[in-house]
Design a protein around this ligand. Sequence first.
Ligand SMILES: [Zn+2]
Length: 159
Amino acid sequence: MTTDIRVGQGFDIHRFGDDPERTLVLGGVQFPGERPLIGHSDADVPAHAITDALLAAAGLGDLGSRFPDTDAAWKDANSIEMLRSVADEVRSLGWTIGNASAAIVCEQPRIAPAREQMQAHLEVACGAPVTVTGRRAEGLGAIGRVEGIACWAVVVISR
Ligand SMILES: [Zn+2]
């Protein structure tokens, strides 16, 4: 019997906003005092990117079709819970999640001080090792102009 190994790539991006009711959340970690992101859910960019990658790896579509922003059920949703439900679904199809790697690109906030806490939240939700890395866009493009935060993620699953 051969092992079926699949890779999935995910992406997410959200724009900064000034809604005083919202708090910036990345990888389940709150950043009070930082500019929040606009989104239908809590706009947790790394959680969304990893969820998107898991869906892609398992051939289950993408984040937008799974959690449409027209669906009131996902308004202000906790994205860590969204990730947990998709990880559970992927496992229920017989897949083992190997690991996930998420690269956050932003000018603010600084990722490094919260990296381990983000990884811990994402690992609990995924049930697998998660690596979070952060880097800046060196002033280039929309991310460099501090208009938002983007994240690329990759996951490996096998069965
Ligand atoms: Zn998103």
